[in-house]
Design a protein around this ligand. Sequence first.
Ligand SMILES: Nc1nc2c(ncn2[C@@H]2O[C@H](COP(=O)(O)OP(=O)(O)O)[C@@H](O)[C@H]2O)c(=O)[nH]1
Ligand SMILES: [Mg+2]
Length: 453
Amino acid sequence: MNTPGSDTIAAPATAAAPSAVGIVRISGSGAFAAADALFFPRGGAKASGAPARRAVTGEVRTNGALLDTGLLLLFPAPRSYTGEDVAELQLHGSPAVLAAVMGELARLGVRPAAPGEFTKRAFLNGRLDLAQAEAVADIITAPTEVAARAGAAMLAGARGESLRRECDELTGLLAHFTALVDYPEEDLPPADAADMARRLFAVSRRLERLQNTYEEVRLINEGLACAIIGRPNAGKSSLLNALAGADRVIVSPEPGTTRDIVEQRVTFGGALLRLQDSAGLREAGCHAEREGASRALEAANLAHAVLRVFDGSQPPDAQDEAVWNAAKGRRAFTVVNKCDLPLRFEPKGDAPVFYVSALTGEGIDRLREALSALPPRPGESEGAVLASARQADAAARAADGAACAARALTDGVTPDAVLGELEYAIGALGEVLGLNVSEEVLRQVFERFCVGK
Ligand SMILES: Nc1nc2c(ncn2[C@@H]2O[C@H](COP(=O)(O)OP(=O)(O)O)[C@@H](O)[C@H]2O)c(=O)[nH]1
Ligand SMILES: [Mg+2]
């Protein structure tokens, strides 16, 4: 079950830092022989005689001397991560121990694995499709729980399945159409053409929807921008500090302290957000302050959500009007701050209102909770999600090809044009799944991985 011409590879699968456990993974036809040469199960049996997928304890010896004690797990091909024979050593997590094991393996002719090489072999041996292989990297590099869950949904196959369904639908239509054009004397019945076009448009629309999920995944990974705006001294900077749970920005009773946009990444309830503090919105002030105000408006325009902060201890004034207007058409939250003081402010509009005190922390948890619900949660509902620009681009090309084929059919263009578009669309979907992809595409996908995966 080995990839033709593939050698045996090994790598530490755990981080190179002192830790409870360190894992060395070996994959390839020589994996079990390598295990025999350095792992000696308690009781004297040979390592390669250990039962499949069951941990056995024993000693690791190099140069005939005891190095460490630990566990050995054997995964015979093809039921292993890579589809090859895999031996996994679980040792004490000492970088020196792992390095010594790697040194011994090199002497035994086992090559250190390149980044992602185990997963690449899993893909080449048909254990994963390319979209699932990418999901593995997505989970490992996920900055938040929400991102990890999206990756897990992809790895579970939701994405591959729906893409494969679209691919099958297109392949079926291609076969049907090819059969029809093979008999050119029989014109394609108009009803048939209309039905095919309808199905192609449907495929195209579903692929477009799928393509848009990439945008959601990107948002999750990069964090949603939340602009904090308000008049000077409303407590914007204090609010950012209170939400972040850290003294990140300068707070001052002097109005006009903050001028640049200051961004703070925070994780609320597993969701990554980028809180953006900004200059107060007011007409007066020096040049820098006015520039700050215009940057604040720009940030509010680009943000996914806007926190409108008001000083609850002051009656609304003309400057607050600009704050209401700045968040028009945005996902907005109204924050009435300084609720530790007597309330003299009346909120308007239909955005949810949060009464907080950035000073005492009152109401901050409730606001955090509301903000944590902002990011989309792809994968939790309908399942299929695209996670990389590569996949989104291929899905867009497939959607385009399917729509062009449909239009060619309804416009009565030559059958060759329809065939060409269909093949183009099928080829693009194949790229996502990893059918007939070039070595270059594979290189790009797997260079994102860490060594040992
Ligand atoms: N009593 C009270 N004062 C606050 C609260 N939040 C901020 N302040 C004070 O209001 C002033 C302006 O705060 P700051 O965060 O710099 O406002 P910004 O100009 O909107 O960034 C400072 O003196 C803060 O200590 C609050 O919730 N209660
Ligand atoms: Mg400020």
